[in-house]
Design a protein around this ligand. Structure first.
Ligand code: GLA
Length: 411
């Protein structure tokens, strides 16, 4: 199966009364996705409009709503912190180190804003071995078994950084690079583009690869992430954003009470090293059935082999309808809701099982066990060694175009 089969780009609509459709998706899912996006955004747009009543002096153009400040430097390159403010006054912060999401400040149902993603107030946190907080991960997100794959008759060997496997593009993968950055002009919403040129064979991956990530922060509190990856020769790619969420506010307790829904009828079980066995297992009757809402914690300690192997959830779900809203998390106490829309075939639910209190993040808050979770939209782990999985091969003629939306609201 080709990674881009049937994909078409829906152009960004540049009318603030309409929703934004800049996701790359299949014709089949286009209409469905648009409807879902409209329904998600309608309520939030109404609320944003209400919130801005009496604030008619705000006539700033969207492209004025990005501020840039220094965030330090790394390997002689300047690192910046970008603050994107939408019309409702909600804010996200980004950095070009790892093309990362640093902060997401959104209201609870009483209008109180808090930051809902794990991260740091300074660059040093990101440089001192953070667990990929908010980063863009590549060239191959998640694991490749024993760090080996064969492509077009040639075997390639990667660094083993998660013994016995290769993880998240290697020790100096895209998460650890300073990306080029550009604040986009003339867009409807604040937007920043990050680009990284990966030289041929860096971290063992073939191809001079150009990775481009555009973050757009809409007035409906949606982070739209558009990815484009091109190459000058055949290679493999799996790109994701590794943001950790806590809808109570980062550092405010664990995420076990979050109610999750995942539109996936199957998942990919793993071996003891977290490599998929190749089985596609139906979720029905298992603690992996989130087709209807269950809290993260309800079954996480069940005596079920896959939960023991992952020390909780650390698994790829096989998305039923890529292009649609594929996952939801709801925090009943704050009322905050996160919806994930993607055209990728998989989503990694990771319950923060490696968080252990050694990371101190925003505002000096300590990130303990399971105080953040990830919805990493992706191709399946170890796909290069599983021809039965959707292909992760790209060529000069067939780049990767993919989009994911993280949409925040309340109920
Ligand atoms: C992914 C992996 C996990 C872990 C985290 C980062 O979610 O699947 O096993 O490596 O990234 O700590």
């Amino acid at each position: 199966m080709d990674i881009n089969a049937g994909n078409t780009l829906i152009e960004k609509t540049v009318n603030s009364n309409e929703t934004v459709n800049c996701i790359f998706t299949t014709d089949k899912n286009k209409a469905q996705m648009k409807n879902r996006l409209i329904s998600i955004t309608a309520l939030v747009l109404v609320m944003a409009g209400m919130a801005s009543c009496g604030n008619n002096k705000n006539t700033k153009k969207y492209n004025d709503m990005v501020t840039t400040e220094s965030f330090g430097s790394f390997e002689g390159k300047d690192v910046f912190l970008y603050t994107l403010r939408n019309k409702g006054g909600d804010v996200i912060k980004l950095t070009n180190y790892g093309a990362a999401i640093v902060e997401i400040d959104v209201p609870d149902r009483d209008g109180n804003r808090d930051n809902v993603t794990l991260g740091y107030d300074s660059l040093s946190g990101y440089l001192n071995g953070d667990p990929y907080f908010g980063k863009v991960v590549g060239q191959y997100a998640n694991r490749i078994a024993k760090g080996k794959f064969t492509l077009d008759g040639t075997e390639y060997t990667l660094a083993i950084n998660n013994a016995p496997n290769a993880l998240h593009g290697g020790p100096t993968g895209w998460h650890s690079r300073v990306w080029e950055a550009e604040v986009l002009e003339g867009t409807d919403y604040p937007a920043v583009r990050f680009t990284y040129h990966k030289p041929d064979m860096e971290e063992g991956y073939p191809g001079n690869v150009m990775a481009e990530v555009v973050y757009t922060w809409t007035d409906a509190d949606e982070i739209i992430i558009d990815y484009k990856v091109t190459t000058d020769r055949m290679t493999i790619v799996n790109i994701t954003n590794h943001a950790y969420f806590n809808l109570h506010g980062a550092g405010n307790g664990d995420i076990l009470d979050h109610e999750l829904t995942i539109a996936a009828s199957a998942f990919t079980p793993v071996d003891p090293t977290l490599i998929p066995t190749g089985e596609i297992r139906a979720v029905e009757g298992t603690p992996f059935d989130f087709l209807t809402a269950h809290t993260m914690g309800e079954r996480i300690n069940d005596d079920y082999e896959q939960l023991k192997l992952g020390n909780g959830y650390d698994h790829n779900f096989v998305i039923d309808n890529p292009g649609d809203v594929v996952a939801e998390a709801y925090d009943p106490s704050s009322g905050r809701v996160l919806h994930v829309t993607t055209d990728q075939p998989g989503i990694q639910l990771y319950s923060g099982n490696f968080l252990d209190g050694t990371q101190t993040g925003h505002g000096g808050k300590v990130y303990n066990f399971r105080t953040g979770f990830c919805f990493e939209t992706q191709h399946f782990p170890d796909s290069p060694n599983h021809p039965e999985f959707p292909s992760v091969v790209i060529t000069p003629d067939e780049p990767l175009l993919t989009s994911t939306i993280y949409a925040f609201s309340v109920r």
